[in-house]
Design a protein around this ligand. Structure first.
Ligand SMILES: NC(=O)c1ccc[n+]([C@@H]2O[C@H](COP(=O)([O-])OP(=O)(O)OC[C@H]3O[C@@H](n4cnc5c(N)ncnc54)[C@H](OP(=O)(O)O)[C@@H]3O)[C@@H](O)[C@H]2O)c1
Length: 325
């Protein structure tokens, strides 16, 4: 993926009709699944030539949609454009951002990214203090939060990531117990050394060979939480399944998916908990921020080059403080 996959286009600002609102997009979120949209295997379908879609925090400019007024700051599905029309529906229904929450936080740690981490750890993994927790894509948006939430719950946390800067961030600011650099280290050997009694919870963001290594080291009643499979998104053909899956039988293990949007009604509860951890200093919300709409393709590509540390965002504009619409 590169800039050549995208075309820059200009048009007049659209006018909302009944049931629509006009949004000024302020911040864009980047998720590896956007690459699936580009390959037309995503939800929704994204035909070639259409506007790239994704989650955003936006300001309502004009509204003919019940529940939204000009000036509101909202979080929802939008496009890579300055102004978008929205009917409030999409992969995630559009919701108000509370005035006390900055837009970047609403889109990252308190958005779908942080929600996948929170509910994946707290509800699906059901952690117990003292357990060993391993997370792949550990320095990314989801992984960095998932590992820290496990740490807050009293688990021993090991991250798998790519590059020294990410390892340093995880064991420094992130307060992980250890981190494995998959670019220069033998992940299997390091997992054996760091988890001599096995892994209780493997929180997976990338899939592929790392998932297999974790499956083979799962402890009795271990859990594998399938949050994402970034390595799969770019694969041309489906790779062979994990060879070590039968270990789930031997250890009476569980492998379960997490889809953050299933918990949408409970996002406020998770946001409250995570905000309290952020304010107490227990949770570091790490962001990697690009600036300017023209840099959106490059920001997405950063995810697949492993360049982002923390949640990849892009800032387009500040909210207007004067009346809009
Ligand atoms: N289930 C849900 O509700 C939900 C919600 C949000 C996101 N997700 C999924 O969670 C995962 C993490 O999302 P995120 O937004 O936090 O992204 P991210 O982890 O911040 O960014 C992607 C990272 O993946 C790693 N990576 C890139 N290409 C790879 C490859 N070919 N093989 C293995 N690793 C590769 C890189 O990290 P390293 O340099 O460390 O390798 C890169 O920095 C994604 O799969 C995403 O789709 C799921």
């Amino acid at each position: 993926m590169n800039d050549a996959n995208f075309r820059w286009a200009t048009s007049t600002v659209p006018v909302p009709t009944d049931g629509q609102m006009l949004l000024r997009n302020l911040w864009l979120s980047f998720d590896p699944t956007q690459y699936l949209l580009m390959r037309s295997i995503g939800d929704p379908d994204l035909p070639v030539g259409s506007v790239m879609r994704g989650l955003a925090v936006s300001q309502v400019v004009d509204s003919r949609l019940a529940g939204f007024r000009a000036g509101d700051i909202v979080h929802g599905f939008s496009g890579w454009e300055d102004y978008s029309l929205s009917d409030g529906k999409g992969f995630l229904d559009t919701a108000q951002v509370p005035p006390s929450v900055p837009p970047n936080l609403a889109l990252g740690t308190l958005g779908v990214t942080g929600m996948a981490a929170y509910f994946g750890v707290v509800e699906v993994a059901r952690p117990r203090a003292g357990e060993t927790f391993v997370v792949s894509g550990a320095a990314g948006g989801v992984g960095s939060i998932a590992g820290q939430i496990a740490k807050i719950h009293g688990l021993r946390v090991i991250g798998i990531t790519g590059g020294k800067a990410k390892v340093d961030w995880l064991v420094g600011e992130g307060r992980f117990d250890a981190a494995i650099d998959h670019r220069i280290e033998d992940v299997g050997a390091r997992l054996t050394a760091l988890c001599p009694d096995g892994i209780d919870i493997f929180f997976d963001n990338v899939g592929g060979p790392v998932l297999d290594e974790a499956l083979g080291r799962l402890r009795t009643e271990g859990r594998v939480i399938v949050c994402g499979g970034t390595s799969r998104y770019v694969a041309k053909d489906l790779p062979p399944g994990p060879a070590n899956y039968l270990n789930l039988c031997m250890v009476r293990g569980r492998m379960e998916g997490i889809l953050a949007r299933d918990y949408a009604a409970r996002f406020p509860e998770a946001a409250k908990a995570m905000l309290a951890w952020i304010h107490s200093g227990q949770l570091r919300s790490k962001e990697d921020v690009a600036i300017g709409l023209e840099n959106a393709p490059g920001a997405l590509a950063r995810l697949f080059r492993g360049e982002n540390i923390g949640k990849q965002l892009l800032k387009i504009a500040d909210p207007s403080t004067t009346p809009v619409g």
